[in-house]
Write a protein that binds this ligand. Sequence first.
Ligand SMILES: [Zn+2]
Length: 158
Amino acid sequence: MKYLTRELKEYYMQDFNKNVLTCNIDYWRIDNGLKDILININNNPDVQTLYSKNYDSCKCESCRRNGGESYLIVSISRKYEEKMCKIVKQFKKLFKNGGFMFEEYCDFFNGGGSKISNMECNKNPQYFNISSFKFQLVTNDEKRQRFFWQFLNNNLSK
Ligand SMILES: [Zn+2]
């Protein structure tokens, strides 16, 4: 397991503050409603957000019919592992139609596409070379979606 170290936290935070928060390219910028949540979570020195999506950011036919997908991918420090186990257990209890995934080395680097941002996830093939956890919920039920993000905000920020 490749944990979040102090050096890596610094690297990701520099990218987050300099490139992610300021990005205004439609496809890559932080989805509406998530900015404050990501800032809160990233204020935790033991957790780092890597990638996120809010359910109402896609208006395609499939998302309208089957439900939009929200997800948050984070990495954690070694110290945080025990806490993470508790959070995951609670998440599975509360979100029976939600998904959880652990990936040793997340390999969805996307350096292609027509519009590339300054963000490290677009430039550095090693960006996702860290153990990561994905929380996911597919539904257009606004109340459950709000609960999902509230849960992640409350739990991962401390
Ligand atoms: Zn869609």
